[in-house]
Design a protein around this ligand. Structure first.
Ligand code: ATP
Ligand code: MG
Length: 299
């Protein structure tokens, strides 16, 4: 396949799930079980994914050499949607030296003493690197919105906590992303869209299989009670922050092989657009290189 053909195929996969405009967005228009009618077997899907990862590894090398753009991949999802597995598989071929993964958990006291974006801003990838946020500043309008005692723990002056706090936060996030993209950070946001039913199945399998027991947490099951609140919060978050420069991908997550494929395709698509090349060296540097060669040859 030519480069152009690959790009066209990749587009067909990613287009249906890309959200660049919030206005008419509704989470319930997206089917967690969608596979675009693809009936691949596991081997085929793995093969395609492997090719995507190899391609990404090549591009990453150029990204690093260029030292100019960086890529920020944001992963958000309900528990057991497959964030960890997706990150592991999609990034499998990539040089660990050019890539940083950050998993954001409950904030520490020091983090709670700062503005809400502080701890995330510190981890934005350097030029030339790929940064992965396993959970992100979006938790600040998801879990914190769902459990308002978490908001109280943030010690914000009470006069500043009004009815429109979530709208304000979402606007701040959208501005933050605009700012970063204007600095050369390519931002892609993935919501792994798992259904309520499939989450239950995955929790059950964590209980049934001893090698999966460690992943099980009783509190995750309790959190299912707030499912509708979370869906509402995701809906509003995506609506307020989807943009051309920092798109959301609402990726079907009931079939893991498909999730991984779509995430890989979206990254390939975005990085491909940068038209990366290895930096060309100046005439002066070429002279240096020739001199170095001569020196080596004369040893
Ligand atoms: P896994 O369960 O797959 O290992 P995880 O991302 O669910 O991964 P956990 O340690 O289980 O990791 O959970 C992290 C918890 O931290 C989540 O419940 C998340 O909602 C919470 N969290 C993340 N960011 C914030 C935040 N800013 N404020 C409060 N809680 C947060
Ligand atoms: Mg968890």
């Amino acid at each position: 396949m030519s480069r152009k053909e690959i790009v066209d195929v990749v587009k067909q996969y990613t287009e249906p799930f890309r959200v660049t405009k919030g206005k008419d967005f509704r989470l319930k228009d997206f089917d967690p079980g969608d596979t675009l009618g693809l009936k691949m077997d596991k081997k085929e899907a793995a093969d395609l994914l492997r090719r995507g990862s190899e391609w990404l590894a090549m591009e990453q090398d150029m990204l690093y050499a260029q030292d100019s753009w960086s890529v920020l991949l944001v992963f958000q999802a309900m528990d057991a949607a497959g964030k960890d597995g997706t990150i592991k598989h999609v990034m499998s071929g990539v040089n660990p030296q050019g890539c940083d993964v950050f998993s954001f958990k409950q904030p520490s006291d020091a983090e709670l003493s700062r503005d809400f974006l502080w701890r995330y801003a510190m981890k934005v990838p350097q030029r030339g690197r790929i940064g992965i946020f396993n959970r992100s500043y979006y938790e600040e309008v998801l879990v914190v919105r769902t459990h308002q005692e978490l908001l109280r723990a943030q010690k914000i002056p009470p006069q500043l906590v009004g009815k429109s706090i979530w709208e304000e936060r979402l606007a701040d996030i959208a501005r933050f992303e605009d700012y970063l993209t204007r600095q050369g950070v390519i931002i892609l946001k993935f919501y792994l869209n798992l259904s309520y039913g499939e989450q239950k199945k995955r929790f059950m399998s964590r209980l049934d299989r001893p090698e999966k027991n460690w992943k099980f947490s009783a509190s995750d099951v309790r959190e299912r009670r707030y499912w509708d609140d979370y869906m509402k919060a995701y809906d509003e978050a995506i609506r307020a922050t989807a943009s051309k420069q920092a798109p959301w991908y609402v990726v079907p997550a009931d079939n893991k092989w498909f999730t991984r494929l779509i995430v890989a395709a979206a990254i390939v698509d975005a990085v491909e657009k940068l038209d990366l090349e290895y930096p060309t060296v100046s005439a002066e540097k070429l002279k240096d290189l020739a001199a170095a060669r001569e020196e080596l040859e004369q040893e």
